[in-house]
Write a protein that binds this ligand. Structure first.
Ligand code: CP3
Length: 341
């Protein structure tokens, strides 16, 4: 049904002529057409207006022709729907004025009716699917419960998320209740997204690497695995954990269709730790897109050779940076399309 099914084939582990490619945060500030809309509409207006979210989603596809689109939205729309105020401050990032720091705070967090509170996302998916016209698959996403907890407890971005960790370590019962509420909401949210038309879902555990291997199992992976189990029979699930190479062996035993990895691990080690069978996605250093285009192309070709063209999805190891020149992003995508195995 979908004309370019390279991405879906790679997720199933099927043989492909070349690996598929997309970029995390591909609908973003390195694109002038994105900046034009950003000047006119604030962040949540862009997320909540289906026509705007759909337009922003297809902007990078029109320019570069990636093999998958990812719906323009944010992981923080989930806590917003759970009765937690979330602001996006220009030049600062997310700001939550009333962070959750105790049992009383956890009790006030709601598990919402996602079709009511996040109905605008489902509308955006329907409009985007029309624009995409079955050319390529559409990815829906959510933050991992741990990564969402990081913002909900810390109240803003952080280099250490010390308050989030402190909350888990001093009030584990309240922390697990909060993680379970986020998990229940996320499962309902992703199922609604699938019903609305997304073909694949990705879970972003951007701050999983902040935890020790033992704490990671207790406070992050346990909940990600619940989400994978709830979704696995409906769509392929990709689990991306930044800095989580230490957990790859455990993650590879799950029913995820693919694991996303960052640039701090070699292809060889990632294949070794995951047993060589599961599809991997990544792992170009986003800052390496600052290298000259010819060098980017050479490095991408080498990266594909190292991972192998099958069971592999070319991506960055984290989101694209705002200061990446347009021709450098093009070199990244073109190198994959020109790949001859
Ligand atoms: O193209 C895409 O990938 C879809 C868009 C997308 C956004 N956020 C839009 C956005 C996606 C997939 C996200 C996920 C997200 N949001 C994550 C997980 C991925 C990652 O990068 O680790 C996280 C941790 C967030 C939380 C968040 N949202 C932060 C920390 C910030 C501020 C810093 C930043 O990167 O800008 C945001 C704001 C945000 N989300 C912007 C965009 C395009 C920039 C603000 C703006 O456009 O006004």
């Amino acid at each position: 049904m979908i004309k370019n099914d390279l991405f879906l084939k790679a997720l199933k582990g099927e043989i492909v002529e070349r690996p598929p490619v997309w970029m995390m945060r591909q609908a973003g500030r390195y694109l002038p057409e994105f900046m034009a809309l950003r000047d006119k509409y604030d962040f949540f207006t862009r997320c909540q207006t289906p026509e705007l979210a759909a337009e922003i989603t297809v902007q990078p596809i029109r320019r570069y022709g990636m093999d998958a689109a990812i719906l323009f939205s944010d992981i923080l729309v989930v806590p917003q729907a759970m009765n937690i105020e979330v602001q996006m401050k220009p030049n600062f990032g997310p700001y939550l004025p009333n962070p959750v720091r105790d049992q009383k705070g956890v009790d006030a967090v709601m598990v919402p009716d996602v079709d009511v509170e996040l109905g605008y996302v489902m509308k955006a998916i329907k409009v985007t699917k029309q624009l995409l016209n079955d050319e390529i698959p559409l990815i829906g996403f959510a933050g991992s419960p741990w990564t969402i907890l990081c913002y909900v407890v810390q109240g803003q971005g952080s280099k250490s998320f010390d308050m989030a960790k402190g909350f888990c370590f001093t009030q584990p019962k309240a922390a697990h209740e909060l993680l379970q509420k986020i998990t229940d909401t996320t499962i309902a949210y992703l199922k609604a997204k699938v019903k609305a038309g997304v073909d694949v879902v990705q879970i972003f555990d951007s701050w999983g690497g902040m935890l020790s291997p033992v704490d990671y199992q207790e406070f992050s992976w346990k909940y990600i695995n619940q989400i994978i189990e709830a979704l696995k029979d409906e769509v392929p699930v990709i689990a991306f954990g930044k800095g989580c190479w230490f957990a790859l062996h455990e993650m590879a035993k799950s029913n995820a269709s693919a694991l996303g990895i960052d640039w701090t691990i070699t292809a060889q080690n990632a294949r070794y730790l995951t047993g060589g069978n599961i599809t991997l996605q990544g792992n170009f250093d986003p800052a390496r897109l600052l290298s000259p285009p010819a060098e980017i192309k050479r490095m991408v070709t080498q990266m594909i050779n190292e991972f192998g063209k099958d069971k592999y999805i070319v991506n960055l190891g984290h989101g694209i940076l705002p200061n990446i020149p347009l021709e450098n992003a093009k070199a990244f995508i073109d190198a994959v399309k020109e790949y001859k195995g």
